[in-house]
Design a protein around this ligand. Structure first.
Ligand code: KIV
Length: 298
């Protein structure tokens, strides 16, 4: 069940995000992959929940995002959709779900809305995905773009590196952002690019530019929830601020449980289900009679 409705609170839509860009109010976005996280994000008042393919690394334990499948994404999107009543919900299109053909892309994008309760999809790339974006948007599905460090192109980029540092690379990103806007994207993620470049892009776009490692000049900010909660220890990007140390809290709780069970401090009487004295005595009497009968028979 999603959180109970709050009177007067409105569901976030692509129009709300456009209005926020216009009014200059920062857009907030975090990732979620499960029901309890979606519920907590929604209660906290987040604008957008991205079910990112970062799922592969921070939840499923893969080395990168390339192994994530459509079925993985849809499964986790459904859980998030059950928890998030108000947030704008975006499903991340996984590697090879939109690159091979426009027809595949439209069909797969449709599955996020039809089968998994998402409000929009996100896909990575610039000029090379313009026709794909047009096809998906023409099917009535809102598309969020993703430029800069695009993890599905990890091997082409030669690693998780900051993008757009040279004037030529920066210019290409400015052009790509314009092309994605013209293709019909309603917002664009800018990941790991210089803050000065991100600010130029955000100013030139009519649609919101949401940054993750792209500085304070964007129209909104995104983070991978596990990075900000400290629940993914393998790697924390420079741009992530850690708001908690959930891994340490979890480990401490697990150690305390193991110690309590070992020392018979858990469970305590308050964790047990009671049985009345009358029923208990009756049980013992019955068992005594039965065991006498069994012994006589032998
Ligand atoms: O998969 C993801 O979580 C993302 C964010 C880093 C934007 O794409």
């Amino acid at each position: 069940m999603p959180s109970s409705p709050t009177p007067g609170r409105q569901k976030l839509t692509t129009s709300t995000l456009a209005a926020k860009k216009k009014s200059g109010e920062p857009i907030t976005m975090l990732t979620a992959y499960d029901y309890p996280t979606a519920l907590a994000l929604d209660r906290a008042g987040i604008d957008c929940i991205l079910v990112g393919d970062s799922l592969g690394m921070v939840v499923l334990g893969y080395e990168n995002t390339l192994s994530v499948t459509m079925e993985d994404m849809l499964h986790h999107c459904r859980a998030v959709a059950r928890g998030a009543r108000y947030a704008h919900r975006i499903g991340d299109m996984p590697f090879m779900s939109y690159q091979a053909s426009r027809t595949d892309a439209v069909r797969n994008a449709g599955r996020f809305l039809q089968e998994a309760g998402m409000d929009a999809v996100k896909l990575e790339g610039g000029r090379e995905v313009v026709e794909t974006v047009e096809g998906i948007v023409a099917a009535g599905i809102p598309v969020m773009g993703h430029l800069g460090l695009t993890p599905q192109s990890l091997h082409r980029l030669g690693g998780y590196k900051v993008q757009g540092r040279s004037a030529a690379a920066a210019r290409r990103l400015v052009e790509d952002a314009g092309l994605l806007e013209d293709a019909g994207c309603y917002a664009i993620i800018l990941e790991a690019i210089p803050d000065r470049l991100a600010e130029i892009i955000a100013r030139r776009l009519r649609i919101p530019a949401i940054g993750i490692g792209a500085g304070a000049g964007c129209d909104g900010q995104a983070l991978v929830t596990n990075d900000m909660l400290g629940s993914f220890e393998q790697f924390t990007p420079k741009f992530a601020r850690k708001y908690a140390d959930v891994s340490a809290v979890m480990e401490e709780a697990f150690r305390a449980y193991i110690a309590d069970v070992g020392a018979r401090r858990f469970p305590a009487p308050e964790h047990a289900y009671p049985m009345s004295d009358e029923e208990y005595e009756s049980l013992l009497r019955g068992l005594r009679t039965k065991s006498t009968r069994l012994r006589t028979a032998n």
